[in-house]
Write a protein that binds this ligand. Sequence first.
Ligand SMILES: C[S@@+](CC[C@H](N)C(=O)[O-])C[C@H]1O[C@@H](n2cnc3c(N)ncnc32)[C@H](O)[C@@H]1O
Length: 241
Amino acid sequence: MPNSQTNFNETFENDLDYPRLGSVSFRRGTLTDNQEANWNEHWPHLGKELSKELIDVPAWFNRQDAPTILEIGSGTGTSTAAMAPLEADTNIIAVELYKPGLAKLLGAVVRGEIDNVRMIRGDGVEVLTHMFAPESLDGVRIFFPDPWPKARHHKRRIIQSGVLNLIASRLKPGGVLHVATDHADYAQWIEELVDVEKQLEYMGWPWQECPQLTDRQVITKFEGKGLEQDHTIREFLWRRK
Ligand SMILES: C[S@@+](CC[C@H](N)C(=O)[O-])C[C@H]1O[C@@H](n2cnc3c(N)ncnc32)[C@H](O)[C@@H]1O
């Protein structure tokens, strides 16, 4: 959601160990009193801030051996919360920079008594780098990533070869990367990168036997906006070799 009103107040750019072009920053946002109270009560057990500590996923979800999927850029989490009950046996970790978006998801999780969603506030690339061990994830989802349409901003796009390499390293063999976009130019950009990461086998779309396709039973907020404008939705699936 890049826009001209964006206020960048914190940045981890200089802290980034993983090679990546461009930078992302947290965006300021205001919570309602209700959201603030909810945040204070529930964030400590359902959320984490970006840190350099590896996450003990079974302890966080209080269950052993459940598959774990990281969703990068969950936005307001509307679809994350709606999908979670359809995949109750899977641990879903939503990563987002935008605090009001996380506050909205947190509210939905608490109200809906959804127990398979946790949240991290931070840059998904940093989160993957520092908070997850190699071969620890069953899936990574990136739905409707910011398209950064201007050519001089393309380097900020999250789908690029270095990030694909990082994602591949964090996926278990057989793990799935799923990306969707409604932005024609971004789709073309991704198409050019589908085979760039040798640890990822591009499965295209549709991939009938994909183990994770519960994730597209619910339309995301940005997908809805794209559909209203008659945009074509493009999906990309890879399997970690
Ligand atoms: C266009 S919105 C899509 C939100 C949601 N996936 C949807 O489909 O409705 C992209 C979201 O990704 C978040 N975002 C962008 N770069 C990110 C990053 N590096 N790490 C985590 N979130 C990021 C933005 O704050 C924004 O909320």
